[in-house]
Design a protein around this ligand. Structure first.
Ligand SMILES: [Fe+2]
Length: 132
């Protein structure tokens, strides 16, 4: 399956939505690299990019929260920190064990957590930014 920012996942904030698109794109590339049996180097590259992009994206969201004095900043940031660790762990597992049913399942599970975060928390954030 491929991840995409469907209508129901749009937050209405142009920066956040475009970064979510790039993020899903990075996940798709990593999954392609794994499922197409691409070399270790390409898996490493796509995995490193995903980790780095998630870091940048969360930082950008946190900056938007500070600028707009978002009241849920602390809990949102806490989620981001935990999530970065969770993702880094899954990606490491994937780099170590390669394309196994378990690691791909874990990656999908991790993306599902992000999708649900976008659907609730990021939409809430975008509404706040629009009103402030
Ligand atoms: Fe977020």
């Amino acid at each position: 399956m491929r991840y995409e920012v469907t209508q129901d996942l749009l937050t209405g904030n142009a920066l956040i939505d475009s970064e979510h698109r790039q993020l899903f794109d990075a996940v798709n590339k990593l999954m392609d690299a794994c499922s197409q049996g691409k070399g270790r180097e390409q898996i490493q590259q796509t995995a490193a990019f995903l980790n780095q992009y998630v870091r940048k994206h969360f930082q950008d969201e946190e900056n938007l929260q500070l600028q707009s004095k978002y009241p849920n900043y602390a809990s949102h940031k806490q989620f981001h920190e935990g999530y970065r660790r969770q993702l880094a762990q899954v990606v490491e597992e994937l780099q170590k064990n390669g394309n196994t049913v378990k690691t791909l399942g874990d990656l999908n599970q991790t993306v599902a957590v992000l999708v649900s975060h976008i659907r609730t928390e990021d939409k809430r954030l975008a509404r706040h930014i629009k009103e402030h």
